[in-house]
Ligand binder design. Structure first.
Ligand code: DAH
Length: 339
């Protein structure tokens, strides 16, 4: 650029007009007014008063234009920034794009029942023990008194992982593990998954949960079993419930009983939930067969005890009125959000 005092001011104003950010205004200011600008150099070399006054007036004019332009772009920049960074704290967070409100989750109905069952038995002084989902046929069948010909031993009924290894078909093997590791008094429950080679339909699924109870002590009778189940059923289904026993057969209890609870929907009068019988089947139970005591090396007459086993999904179905077992495994949020 040639130093031309005639056009210098106009050039500065034109450059300022093109500037649209405060940095650009700043650099125009530096090149037209800075220490190494033509104007500053000319001022240093001024010899006569008239030229000095003219150049100073030019400097003041350009400084004024810079200040004016700077104020304007800064105001624009601030307005833009305010618009871009606007935060309306009254807006629902979902509308703010990437910020999403997390729905509060809920426990799966099986988990809710499981925890309730645990609380009830902990309140009775029971201990919660873990079982094994992979069992040997020795614990799943032999120790529990299943005869060789028992249909549950068939690979059509049970999922075998090897000749002597199965996915447990019930939580009952936990009884034997506990009996082998300690001596009475024993008051335990064991909760977890069990597996059966069932075809999926409304009431069957190859995986489900059971809770298993075992109480062994001196002088335990069937009255204790009934009293315990009555208490538990009243905790689960309401204080009005009654319990009755129907005789049954299980290889590891003698006598064996299936407990029924009086229908909590109709109170016993008869309705679709209890199939008009007034009673609902709850699972299996009985007095521990002396065979089990002998199996773990105790005398058959030393102790008595009771055991029971029930389905977690079935309990949840009854409690919440869930018509089938499949929704428990579908992972459908429309189902799960209802609990
Ligand atoms: N294991 C049985 C089943 O899965 C349920 C059962 C019956 C458990 C009687 C017990 C019992 O502990 O005493 O059908």
């Amino acid at each position: 650029m040639e130093w031309d005092p005639e056009t210098y001011e106009r050039d500065a104003v034109a450059a300022l007009e093109r500037a649209s950010t405060s940095e650009e205004v700043e650099s125009v200011s530096v090149s037209f007014l800075g220490r190494r600008s033509y104007l500053k150099q000319a001022l240093r070399e001024v010899r006569d008063r008239e030229t000095g006054m003219r150049l100073n007036a030019m400097r003041e004019a350009i400084e004024g234009a810079v200040a004016e332009k700077l104020a304007k772009v800064q105001a624009d920049e601030l307005a833009r920034k305010l618009a871009e960074e606007r935060l309306d704290v009254t807006l629902p967070a979902e509308l703010l794009g990437p910020v999403r409100l997390r729905r509060r989750g809920s426990l799966h109905p099986s988990t809710q029942v499981r925890r309730d069952v645990e609380d009830i038995f902990l309140g009775l002084g029971y201990e919660i023990v873990d079982g094994r989902e992979v069992e040997t046929t020795r614990y799943n069948f032999d120790a529990l008194g299943f005869p060789d010909w028992h249909p549950s031993r068939s690979p059509r009924a049970t999922l075998y992982l090897g000749d002597d290894t199965v996915l447990r078909t019930e939580t009952s093997p936990a009884q034997i593990h506990k009996m082998e590791s300690t001596r009475p008094p024993i008051y335990i429950i064991s909760i977890g998954r069990v597996y059966r080679r069932d075809t999926i339909d409304a009431t069957h699924f190859p995986v489900f949960h059971q809770f298993e109870g075992l109480a062994i002590d001196k002088g335990i009778t069937m009255a204790d079993l009934k009293g315990t189940l009555l208490y538990v059923m009243r905790q689960l289904y309401g204080p009005e419930r009654e319990v009755r026993f129907r005789t049954h057969y299980f290889p590891f209890t003698e006598p064996s009983m299936e407990p029924d609870v009086s229908c909590f929907v109709c109170g016993g009068a008869g309705c679709p939930v209890c199939k008009h019988s007034g009673w609902i089947e709850m699972g299996g139970s009985g007095m521990v067969d002396p065979y089990l005591y002998e199996f773990v090396g105790w005398g058959p007459e030393e102790y008595t005890g009771f055991a029971f086993g029930m389905g977690i999904e079935r309990t949840a179905q009854l409690r919440y009125g869930i018509p089938g077992i499949r929704p428990f495994w579908d992972n459908d949020l429309r189902f799960l959000r209802q609990f």
